[in-house]
Write a protein that binds this ligand. Structure first.
Ligand code: GLN
Length: 304
């Protein structure tokens, strides 16, 4: 497959969508990103890589980090995780609190903010220095030792994170958070603040395309059954209340973040990351969705 030619074509055709949508504005660091940034990086499990545009520029990965924390948590505690987090799509926005009350503080899935907070709580219980452990894990997956937390983004998230504070308090009242609320929120805001490029993300997500094997290593860190679970959750829950739309248009497991990034995986074939900061009303990159729709259409690589 000539992926480079396809990416070049998409880059030209999809540019018309660059103006559509709005930048995330809830923190200043995201509101001042250049809205015209646009990059794509595709990595195959055979080791071929294809890129176009601003594919090497780091941006805030935000909720994409939830897939990486799931990949760290699942081998640690295994199927016990599902006693504390569900596996159903929510049909609600990423920071919705309504469902927590009538489901006894159990978030519907790990990719809602509430679900990610439960996973953060588990990592804090397991590691002496969870932030260092998580960063090392992400660096290893991406094969890039320079990946960092963005402390300014983390501080701004904390200063404005009233809804996340309410989610965690609600869960704590139901006994689904074991550690101090502030330490769990601090970890969560740091994981969201990580800056990675499309190249970093496509390489890191190869672990989900390649049945648990890490980019650039011969090591398998996830069992096939765990990869199946993570990809299934990306397929059904990766885009909050727009998961159906993403499946319908793109047809791959994927995950978005309000920094404008989207990563998608074609199991046993490739992973691809796209970045364009302007978002639709559901918090997903407008041009990113269009790009991946064109990719699976032109290459015939939807999983359906
Ligand atoms: N840091 C953001 C939040 O907690 C992440 C949201 C997202 O990317 N959907 O609200």
């Amino acid at each position: 497959m000539n992926y480079q030619q396809i990416l070049d074509e998409i880059y030209k055709e999809a540019k018309v969508f660059k103006g559509q949508g709005e930048l995330a504005s809830y923190i200043p660091e995201l509101a001042r990103v250049d809205p015209l940034k646009y990059g794509i990086h595709l990595a195959t499990i055979e080791g071929a890589e294809f890129a176009v545009g601003d594919s090497q520029e780091p941006f805030s990965i935000q909720s994409i980090s939830k897939v990486l924390s799931l990949a760290l948590v699942l081998p640690l505690i295994g199927e016990m995780l599902w006693e504390r987090v569900g596996v159903e799509p929510s049909g609600n926005p990423f920071n919705s609190i309504v469902q927590l009350e009538y489901e006894n503080g159990i978030p519907r899935n790990p990719f809602l903010n509430a679900g990610a907070l439960v996973m953060a709580d588990i990592l804090i219980s397991r590691f002496d220095d969870p932030k260092r452990e998580f960063l090392q894990f992400v660096r290893r997956l991406a094969g890039n030792e320079t990946i960092q937390y963005d402390e300014e983004v983390a501080a701004s998230e904390k200063a404005t994170g009233y809804v996340n504070a309410s989610l965690i308090n609600m869960m704590k009242s139901y006994g689904n958070i074991n550690n101090e609320i502030d330490s769990v929120l601090d970890f969560y805001y740091h994981q969201c603040s990580i800056a990675m490029s499309c190249q970093d993300l496509a390489r890191a997500f190869l672990v989900f395309a390649d049945e648990g094997c890490i980019y650039g290593e011969d090591t398998r860190i996830l069992k096939k059954a765990q990869v199946k679970r993570i990809n299934a959750l990306m397929q059904t829950c990766g885009f909050y209340d727009e998961a159906g739309e993403f499946s319908f248009r793109v047809g791959l497991p994927g995950k978005s973040g309000v920094g404008g990034g989207i990563v998608a995986v074609h199991p046993k074939c490739y992973s691809v990351a796209v970045w364009s900061p302007k978002l639709n009303k559901k918090g997903n990159s407008v041009l990113g969705m269009k790009t991946l729709e064109l990719l699976t259409t032109k290459s015939g690589t939807s999983i359906f």
